[in-house]
Design a protein around this ligand. Sequence first.
Ligand code: AMP
Length: 220
Amino acid sequence: MRVILLGAPGSGKGTQAVLIESRYGFPKISTGDILRSAVQDGTPVGLKVRDLMNRGELVGDDIVAALVEEQIRRPESRNGYVLDGYPRNLAQAREIERMDGSRPEAALEIGLSEEILLERLSRRWVCPRCKTITTQAKPGEVPGNRCPKCREPLVQRDDDKPEVIRERLRVYQEQTRPLREYYANKNAFSLIDGSGTVEGVFLLLSIVLDARLASRTSGH
Ligand code: AMP
């Protein structure tokens, strides 16, 4: 199964993708994480995408498609995978079908109001090494400085600045929102309330995923 997590920046896709990976064994493919590593390592791809990412714009479809294709061809992805941050527009949705068309899909959108998204993003800190995401009690508060898992000093993403956040939300509405209808037309779409706790949202996601996986095995 191909699990596609949709949802605006800050909706919790990355966190839920990790939980889906550990429960269902579908490796998480996060285009944002892969691109940020490329920027951090100064690779040719990283140099190409850095400015676009810092402005909150999408990077070229061809660049991301190549990164995703490499991941889905790995033996670990044979039984399925969870996409976090891909597809981001209709061209990418068609592209993933070209790469791996026969696989059943579930597109799950984690829905949250813009007000909560803005508030959450301003409190987000991430570990540059293991990518663990931490949400602080107050905006700007530094969480003891270290990752709760691997003790690396935490950082705030360059694109979590208020003006860039606004641009990312605008890009989401304009380019990614239409995927709702696209997957709804394929009977693959579910909208999940993202306002609960991490565990609560995961419970809702897993109810939908379990049902979709069960209907696959029973042939419906
Ligand atoms: P994310 O961590 O998913 O919010 O992604 C961070 C940034 O990486 C985005 O604002 C884009 O600049 C870039 N990015 C990530 N995924 C994609 C994608 N599928 N297509 C284009 N750009 C992407």
